[in-house]
Design a protein around this ligand. Structure first.
Ligand SMILES: Cc1cc2nc3c(=O)[nH]c(=O)nc-3n(C[C@H](O)[C@H](O)[C@H](O)COP(=O)(O)OP(=O)(O)OC[C@H]3O[C@@H](n4cnc5c(N)ncnc54)[C@H](O)[C@@H]3O)c2cc1C
Length: 448
C-alpha cells in the first residue's frame, strides 16, 4: 500500500475516458496510476468488447486537441457529412449541416483507445497497471482494493480516485453503498448486434461496397440497421432490433436471416456474404441509459459511461466522456491544493450535460428509426438548413449544435427550443403557414 499522496491520482479503467484523463493530467505534471481490469492490449488484443467503430465529432476532437492528438483524425478517420437512407430499393442522402460540409468521423474504437493509451504512457508521470480489477472503494478512507489475475488482493490509496470504468462501473457500485446516492438504469426493449459488409475488389466505390462518406441507415418502423465505414474498405453494420416482436431477434432465427434480409434489407443483403454466420455467432448487446447522482463522494469521482451511460443514437457517448475528462483535468490542474473543490466544480458543470445528452440520445433513436425515412422529416431538415443559411448563428439546428459545436448539451437543447418559439412569436400565424407550405414543397420537390 502506498502512503497517502496528495498529488497522485488513481484512475480505474484504461478505456477512452480514463486514457484521455491520464494523458491530460500527466502532461500537466500530475502523477497518475491507471488500473485496468484487462491485460495490456498492446500485447493481448483490443481492450474493449464494445462497438468496432465510433462517430467522433466536435467534442471528441476538442478533447483530442487538448491532448495534442487531433492529427490522428486527419489520418485515421473517414468523414461522414450526412446520412444515406436506404428505403424500398433506393437511397437518399441527407446532409448533416446546412453547408453540407461538416462531418462526423468514423474511427476505429480500438485504434483510438491505443492512441490514447500510448500517448498517456509517453508521459513519465503516468503508470499503467493491467490485469487489476477494482473490487471496492472506500471514499471516507480514500482507499481502493484490487484483485490481480491470480486473485491476489492489493490496496492502494490517493486523495483523488477516478472511476472511468464504464457503464457497469465498480467504483459507482461502491458509491451506491454510501448514503443518499441515487442510481437508475433503463434498458431499451431493443438490443444491438454487429455485422459486416466486407471490402470489395470492384464497383463504383471499391474497395467499399457502398458509398463510404456517409452513415448508412436502413429504417424499418420499430427497428433499423446502420453502417459506418472502416479504413480497410469494410463497413461495420449494427442491427438495432427489439428482442421480441415481429421484426426482432426473437422472430428471426439464423437459418431465416438471409430470407429476411432479402425482403427487408435487399441492397445490404447483396453485399453481406457472411450474414448467416455473423448473425449466428455475434452476441446481442443490451442498450441502457444509466444515471446517478452525485458523481462524487469526497475524493472519489466518476467520469464517462460510469457517470452517464447513454444509448448510442446521437453518437455522443465517447464525445461526452472526452468532455468530462477534459473538464475534470482542467479543474484538478488549476487547483492543486483543492482537489475536492475541483471535483465539486466538475460535477456542477457536467451533471446537467450528462442528463441532457442522455435524453437527446433517446429522442434520436426515435428520429433515426421512425422519422429519417419520412418526407416530412426530410423537409424539416431542409427547412432548418435554410433558416440557418438565412439567419446564421441566430438559428442553429440542434443536430449541428450537438455534433459540430461544444455548446453545452443542456444549453443546446434550450437554445433549439427557444429558436423555434422566437421564430414563431416573431412571425406569427401568417409566416407559420408560409413555412409549412414551404416545408411541404421541399418535401415533394427535393430528393434528399
Ligand atoms: C453499439 C455502440 C455504439 C457506440 N457508438 C458511439 C459513437 O458513434 N460515438 C460515441 O461518441 N460513442 C459511442 N458509443 C459510446 C461509447 O462507446 C462510450 O460512451 C465510451 O466507450 C465510454 O468510454 P469510457 O472510457 O467511459 O468507458 P469504456 O470505454 O467502457 O472503458 C471502461 C474501461 O474500464 C475497464 N474496467 C471496467 N471495470 C473495471 C474494474 N472493475 N477494474 C478495472 N478496470 C475496469 C474496462 O475494461 C474498460 O477498459 C457507442 C456505444 C455502443 C455500445
Amino acid at each position: 500500500m502506498n502512503a497517502q499522496d496528495d498529488t497522485r491520482v488513481i484512475i480505474v479503467g484504461a478505456g477512452l475516458a480514463g486514457c484521455l484523463l491520464a494523458r491530460l493530467l500527466g502532461r500537466g505534471g500530475r502523477r497518475v496510476t491507471v488500473y485496468e481490469r484487462r491485460g495490456d492490449p498492446r500485447g493481448r488484443g483490443p481492450l474493449g468488447g464494445r462497438s468496432i467503430n465510433l462517430a467522433i465529432s466536435a467534442r471528441g476532437i476538442d478533447g483530442l486537441k487538448a491532448a495534442g492528438l487531433e492529427g490522428h483524425l486527419r489520418d485515421h478517420a473517414i468523414p461522414m457529412p450526412g446520412r444515406m437512407i436506404h428505403q424500398e430499393g433506393r437511397t437518399v442522402f441527407q446532409a448533416y449541416s446546412a453547408s453540407g460540409e461538416k462531418a462526423i468521423n468514423s474511427v476505429s474504437r480500438s485504434e483510438l483507445n491505443l492512441l490514447l493509451l500510448d500517448a498517456a504512457d509517453e508521459c513519465e508521470e503516468v503508470e499503467f497497471r493491467f490485469g487489476m480489477a477494482c473490487l471496492d472503494v472506500d471514499p471516507e478512507a480514500g482507499t481502493i482494493r484490487f484483485a490481480d489475475e491470480e486473485g491476489r488482493e492489493q490496496t492502494d490509496r490517493a486523495t483523488v480516485i477516478v472511476g472511468a470504468d464504464g457503464a457497469y462501473s465498480g467504483v459507482r457500485g461502491a458509491l451506491q453503498k454510501t448514503p443518499r446516492f441515487s442510481f437508475s438504469q433503463d434498458f431499451l426493449e431493443d438490443g444491438y448486434k454487429e455485422l459486416t459488409i466486407p471490402a470489395v475488389k470492384e464497383g463504383p466505390h471499391a474497395p467499399y461496397a457502398i458509398e463510404p462518406r456517409a452513415l448508412h441507415i436502413w429504417p424499418h418502423g420499430g427497428s433499423m440497421m446502420i453502417a459506418l465505414p472502416n479504413l480497410d474498405g469494410s463497413f461495420t453494420c449494427t442491427l438495432f432490433w427489439p428482442y421480441e416482436g415481429p421484426h426482432s431477434f426473437g422472430a428471426v432465427p439464423p437459418e431465416e436471416v438471409r430470407e429476411f434480409f432479402d425482403r427487408f434489407y435487399p441492397d445490404a443483403s447483396a453485399v453481406m456474404p457472411d450474414l448467416e454466420e455473423e448473425y449466428r455467432s455475434n452476441p446481442i448487446g443490451p442498450l441502457a441509459t444509466m444515471r446517478c447522482r452525485p458523481w462524487h463522494r469526497r475524493g472519489v469521482v466518476l467520469i464517462g459511461d460510469a457517470a452517464h451511460a447513454i444509448v448510442p443514437f446521437y453518437g455522443q457517448g465517447a464525445n461526452a466522456s472526452f468532455e468530462d475528462a477534459k473538464r475534470l483535468a482542467e479543474g484538478l490542474l488549476a487547483a492543486p491544493g483543492d482537489p475536492i473543490g475541483a471535483i465539486e466544480g466538475y460535477y456542477r458543470d457536467r451533471v446537467d450535460q450528462g442528463n441532457a445528452i442522455a435524453d437527446l440520445a433517446l429522442q434520436n433513436f426515435i428520429e433515426m428509426r421512425d422519422h429519417t425515412g419520412k418526407g416530412w422529416f426530410r423537409a424539416k431538415k431542409r427547412l432548418e438548413h435554410l433558416l440557418h443559411g438565412l439567419l446564421g448563428d441566430r438559428f442553429l439546428p440542434l443536430y449541428e449544435m450537438v455534433s459540430f459545436t461544444t455548446i453545452p448539451y443542456a444549453e443546446a437543447r434550450r437554445k433549439a427550443r427557444r429558436q423555434w418559439r422566437t421564430l414563431y412569436a416573431a412571425t406569427g400565424w401568417t409566416t407559420g403557414v408560409v413555412i409549412l407550405i414551404l416545408a411541404a414543397v421541399l418535401a415533394i420537390t427535393l430528393p434528399g
